[in-house]
Structure formats: C-alpha cells, structure tokens
Design a protein around this ligand. Structure first.
Ligand SMILES: NC(=O)c1ccc[n+]([C@@H]2O[C@H](COP(=O)([O-])OP(=O)(O)OC[C@H]3O[C@@H](n4cnc5c(N)ncnc54)[C@H](OP(=O)(O)O)[C@@H]3O)[C@@H](O)[C@H]2O)c1
Length: 265
C-alpha cells in the first residue's frame, strides 16, 4: 500500500489521520504527519510517524494531503515541490484554490478532496476532483483510501464549489434551518426545548432514511403527508412560498465568497 503523508494536524488532518489509521488500509509505518506547531500532535507510538519538516514528510510519501487553511496551502506547496517525485499525488483539502494556481508553483499530479463533517461517523459524501496528470490508478487508490470515511463522488473541477455547498457546507445549512424551526416552535408550546430538538432531529434523520430506502423524492414525502386542505399542506405552502428567496440568496452569497477565496491563489 502507498505511504500517506498528512500536512496539518487541525480539524481535517486529525480526522483523516485517525480514520485512515483505524481503517487498516495503510500499514502503521506508512502513515506520516507534520504540523506547524509540532507540540499539538498527540503522540500515538507505532501508529504513525511525526515529521518536523514538511519537505522530509513529502520526500517519504506517495500521497500527500495538504490539510492547512487556504492561505497556507501555496507556501506549503513551495516548501515541498522540489522534493516530491513526479508520481506523487498531492491533495488539497480546499475546493476553491484552482489547479491552475497549484500548477503555477509546480506542475504535478493534483487532486482536491472535500470531506463533510459526517466523516466522523463514516458517512461523509466526499467530493474528489483531479488535474489532467492524475491517472486511473491514482483515482482508484484515492477512492479506496477515502471509502474509510464514507462515499466518494468525483466531480469536474468547475463543479467543486457548488458541490461543496451541497455536501460539505450542507450540514451547517441543515443545522441552521432546523435551529430556526425549533426556535420558532418554542413560543407555541410547553414542550421543553430539548424535547422539541430531539423530536425534530429524529424525524429529520428518519425522513432522510425513508427517502433513501424507498427511493422517494421530496415531493413524494410532501404529498404522502400533506393531504389536500389539511394542516401539513398549509404549513408546507408557507415554506414553498417564502423559502426560495432565502435559499437563492444563500447560494448567491456562498458562491460569491467562494470566488473571493479562489483569488487567493
Ligand atoms: N473543517 C471542515 O469542516 C472542512 C471541510 C472540508 C474542507 N476543509 C478544508 O480543509 C482545510 C483545513 O481545514 P481545517 O478546518 O482542518 O483547518 P485547521 O483546523 O485550522 O487546521 C489547519 C492546520 O494546518 C496547520 N498548518 C498551517 N500552516 C502549516 C505549515 N506551513 N506546515 C504544517 N502545518 C501547517 C496548522 O498548524 P497550527 O497548529 O500551527 O495552527 C493547523 O493545525 C482547509 O483548506 C479547509 O478549507 C475543512
């Protein structure tokens, strides 16, 4: 199996290191980690090797995940670009920085990988895109590796922005929407807040499972529950009338913000 290097031991780097290590897909002596603040790396003797230099880690790795914030990605790439081999696959965890920007530092095999927070329970919808130098073997290897955190979805580079809104940002959007709904329910009932949240959350999860298991569309669910002239139909109509403008504004703003981030490169 390939030797995997992870640069950046923050939220994403730590999650990938833990999941890849737990999956057993990589031998313990083939998993490497480095971080700017080296003292933050929790020691786990025998499970992986800690490098104090990104370049040394890169020299030893076949696949390198750069798990730093966007502003640090290009400087990390500059540090390692002279020592990586031509067949090394370099992976950015940021969807906005373009392959063109990365290739300006050095033309190499690149991929971009966007996991979602649901990777924590091995149910990520992980997005992947590749530059033209990455071959079928690279794609197969990375896909096999990433199945340890859930499903893998390959998209063209120009769809990674909107794709990220739909899977990586979506847990935050879903949480915001249902936070609003639970808060709006509160003044109308004496049911305690915790119970409101639990009732809505469990219904949310089971509705999703129902749709996936029975191959139902959103409209199918609405028409199953909202009988003509009934209570659900009244509530559902309010959402269909009022929410589209909010959803449009949300995507317009998030995509504009994404374009700003891309220009960092
Ligand atoms: N968080 C998410 O849910 C999520 C989801 C999908 C994609 N992403 C993307 O994943 C990337 C990482 O995000 P994150 O949330 O994991 O960030 P984070 O928690 O801030 O972690 C970034 C890590 O990079 C380290 N670092 C910075 N410069 C470095 C350098 N020159 N050499 C080695 N390590 C360096 C930092 O070290 P220090 O300890 O010194 O600060 C920190 O540990 C971002 O591009 C983000 O867009 C995040």
């Amino acid at each position: 199996m390939n030797r995997i290097g992870i640069i950046g031991y923050g939220s994403m780097g730590k999650m990938l290191l833990t999941k890849i290590s737990e999956s057993g897909k990589v031998e313990n002596d083939g998993l490497f980690i480095s971080n700017r603040t080296i003292s933050k790396i929790e020691e786990a003797p025998g499970r992986y090797t800690v490098y104090s230099s990104n370049a040394e880690l890169a020299r030893a790795s076949d696949i390198i995940f750069i798990c730093t914030r966007p502003r640090d990605i290009l400087s990390v790439l500059q540090e390692i670009s002279d020592v990586v081999r031509e067949d090394t696959l370099i992976i950015s965890l940021n969807g906005s920085i373009t392959f063109d920007s990365l290739e300006k530092v050095k033309v190499l095999k690149y991929a971009k990988v966007i996991p979602s927070v649901t990777a924590e329970i091995n149910r990520s919808q992980t997005l992947v895109t590749y530059n033209r130098l990455a071959d079928d073997q690279d794609k197969e290897t990375l896909k096999t590796l990433l199945t340890c955190i859930g499903n893998v979805i390959e998209l063209p580079e120009n769809e990674m922005g909107m794709g990220s809104e739909l899977v990586s940002c979506m847990p935050g959007f879903i949480a915001s929407m249902f936070d609003v709904i639970c808060k709006s329910a509160k003044p109308h009932t004496s049911i305690p807040e915790e119970q409101i949240i639990s009732m809505v959350l469990n219904t949310l999860c089971s509705t999703g499972e129902l749709m996936l298991q029975k191959d139902m569309s959103f409209e199918d669910v609405v028409s199953r529950v909202a009988t003509k002239g009934g209570i659900t139909e009244v509530g559902s109509r309010v959402i269909y009338d009022g929410f589209p403008d909010t959803a449009d504004e949300m995507f317009e703003k998030t995509l504009a913000k994404r374009r700003e981030t891309a220009s960092i490169g």
